[in-house]
Design a binder for this molecule. Structure first.
Ligand SMILES: Cc1ncc(COP(=O)(O)O)c(C=O)c1O
Length: 466
C-alpha cells in the first residue's frame, strides 16, 4: 500500500485555494487529484497535523476537509492507522451525481473505417496459427516483419528480430521501465508529458528529471544537455512527433542533437511514436532511431487505427529483445494472436488510415479553434500541425477549478497538473480535438458555462468522478 507524504501531497495539490471556504476547496482538490490518478486509490494520506503544516493552514481546515471526504466516501479513516483513499471511490448511489455527457479525458479516436474489415480478413486467415501453441512472447512473425518493413520504409534498417510486439504502447512503456530502471534511478521526462508515462516511472520508483517542452518553442535542449550531464538519467522518455499534450515536434536537427547528447551520457532514449501518424500538414521527419542505434522506439496502432485493438511494439537492439523475453514472462506471455493478424492487415493500409485520421482531426481542430475563439476570446490559440489536442493557457482560470466546475456541466476533462510533476501546469488545459466537431463545439460551450458559474461563485459540490 502506498503512502503519500504531506510534502508530496502539498506539491501535487498545487495552488488549491478558490472562492469556496478553505476546507471545501481543499476537499475538492484532493478529490480531483484522486479522480485523475495523481493519488492512487488505497493510498494512505498524511496525518492532518502534517498536511496542515505542509499547506500552512490550520489543522481544523484539514480536519474539516478530511471529514467532508469521509462523508462523500472518498476516504476512509481507520482507528489508529490514519486516512486512506477508498478503493475505487466513486460518488455514492443517491448522490446527485451528474452524468458525463462529454468525456474529454481521453484524447482518442473511434475505430478507423478499415478496422472492421481487417477483423473479418484476419478471421479468414487465422487457420495455420490454430495448429500451433499460440505462445509468441516476442510477437507473431508476420507482424514483426510488417513492423520492421515500416521502419525500413522510414529509412531505419530494421530486422524483425529487433521487434517485440506488445499489448499497446502503454504495455511497452511499462515493460521498458521495468527492464531499465532500478529504484532510485533518475529518468528524464518531458514536462508536460503523457500522464501514464509518469505513472510507469513512479511505479518502478524512478526519480523523474524534468525536460521542459512548450507548444511554441519545443524542447529546451540546453536544459536537456545539462540534465543529462548532471543527473545521468538511465533513460529519457520523449515523444518526438506531435508530443502529447503540447503537439510540438522535434526538428530533424534537434533529434540528432538530443540522441548524441544521450549517447554521450549513457542515457537510453525511449522515443514514443504513438502520435507519429497524426500529421495535419507538417510532413515526415526522420525517426529518432535514425540518429542513434541505442534509441529504443515504442509504437502503437492505438491512435492510427483503434485503441481497442491493444497492439503496440518496441523496436530495440537484439540484446534488449533477449532481456525482454526473460523479463516479460512474469507479467504476460505475449499479445493475442488474432489482434496481431488484424494489425498486419492494418499496417498494409497505412496510407488509407493516415488520410482518414488527417481528415477527422482537421475537422475536430477547426471546431475546437472556432469554438474556443468564440467562447474564450482571451485565450491564445497555439499553432498546431498535428496530434490530438491543444495545450491552452487558460489563465486567468486555474485549470483544476475549471475542471471541477466543468463536471457540473457534464464535461469531464483532465486538469493541466496531471501532465506534469509537482503540481505544475495549473494555468494549462488540454482540450482534445479527437471527437466529432459537434461534440467538440458542445464541450467548449459547456466549459464556458462552467467558467461563468465559477466566476459568479455558483459552483455546487462537484460529485462526478473525473
Ligand atoms: C503518447 C502516448 N503513448 C502511449 C499511449 C498509450 O497507447 P496504447 O493505447 O497503445 O497503449 C498514448 C495514449 O493516449 C499516448 O498518447
Amino acid at each position: 500500500m502506498t503512502s503519500v507524504t504531506a510534502a508530496r501531497l502539498a506539491s501535487i495539490l498545487g495552488t488549491w485555494r478558490s472562492a469556496s471556504p478553505a476546507y471545501a476547496a481543499l476537499a475538492d482538490r484532493i478529490r480531483l487529484v484522486i479522480a485523475d490518478g495523481r493519488v492512487a486509490h488505497g493510498a494512505r494520506l498524511p496525518a492532518e497535523r502534517d498536511l496542515a503544516a505542509a499547506l500552512q493552514v490550520s489543522r481544523t481546515t484539514v480536519a474539516a476537509a478530511y471529514a467532508r471526504l469521509r462523508e462523500l466516501g472518498t476516504i476512509e479513516s481507520r482507528q489508529g492507522s490514519g486516512s486512506y483513499v477508498s478503493p475505487g471511490s466513486r460518488p455514492a448511489a443517491g448522490d446527485s451525481a451528474l452524468a458525463v455527457a462529454f468525456d474529454l479525458t481521453k484524447a482518442a479516436l473511434p475505430a478507423a473505417n478499415a478496422v472492421g474489415e481487417c477483423f473479418r480478413i484476419a478471421a479468414g486467415n487465422i487457420g495455420p496459427e490454430l495448429s500451433g501453441s499460440g505462445y509468441e512472447i516476442v510477437g507473431h512473425p508476420a507482424l514483426r516483419l510488417a513492423i520492421a518493413e515500416h521502419y525500413r520504409g522510414r529509412g531505419v534498417p530494421t530486422d524483425p528480430e529487433q521487434i517485440v510486439v506488445t499489448s499497446g504502447a502503454q504495455h511497452a512503456i511499462a515493460l521498458l521501465t521495468r527492464l531499465l530502471v532500478s529504484p532510485g534511478d533518475r529518468a528524464l521526462i518531458e514536462q508536460p508529458t503523457y500522464p501514464h508515462a509518469i505513472d510507469a516511472l513512479l511505479a518502478v520508483r524512478a526519480r523523474p528529471v524534468p525536460l521542459p517542452v512548450t507548444p511554441d518553442w519545443g524542447w529546451d535542449l540546453v536544459e536537456a544537455e545539462s540534465a543529462l550531464r548532471n543527473a545521468a538519467p538511465v533513460l529519457g522518455y520523449v515523444m518526438p512527433d506531435f508530443q502529447n499534450p503540447t503537439g510540438a515536434s522535434l526538428s530533424d536537427e534537434d533529434r540528432a542533437k538530443l540522441a548524441r547528447a544521450a549517447d554521450r551520457h549513457g542515457t537510453v532514449l525511449i522515443a514514443d511514436e504513438t502520435t507519429m501518424w497524426l500529421d495535419l500538414g507538417r510532413g515526415p521527419r526522420a525517426p529518432l532511431a535514425k540518429a542513434s542505434p541505442s534509441v529504443v522506439t515504442v509504437g502503437s496502432l492505438g491512435k492510427l487505427a483503434w485503441g481497442g485493438l491493444r497492439v503496440g511494439w518496441i523496436r530495440e537492439s537484439r540484446n534488449l529483445v533477449t532481456r525482454h523475453v526473460q523479463a516479460r514472462t512474469s507479467m504476460d506471455l505475449g499479445t493475442p494472436v488474432f489482434e496481431q493478424l488484424v494489425a498486419v492487415e492494418l499496417l498494409h493500409r497505412e496510407e488509407q488510415l493516415v488520410a482518414e485520421r488527417r481528415a477527422q482531426l482537421a475537422h475536430g481542430l477547426e471546431a475546437l479553434r472556432s469554438s474556443v475563439a468564440e467562447n474564450f476570446p482571451d485565450w491564445q490559440l497555439p499553432a498546431c500541425d498535428g496530434g490530438l489536442a491543444l495545450w491552452l493557457n487558460c489563465a486567468p482560470w486555474s485549470s483544476s477549478e475549471l475542471v471541477l466546475a466543468a463536471q457540473e456541466e457534464g464535461l469531464a476533462l483532465t486538469a493541466g497538473p496531471r501532465f506534469g510533476l509537482h503540481g505544475a501546469f495549473e494555468s494549462r488545459l488540454r482540450l482534445p480535438f479527437t471527437d466529432a466537431p459537434v461534440t467538440v463545439t458542445a464541450a467548449v460551450q459547456a466549459l464556458r458555462r462552467a467558467a461563468d458559474r465559477r466566476a459568479s461563485g455558483t459552483v455546487k459540490e462537484p460529485l462526478v468522478a473525473v
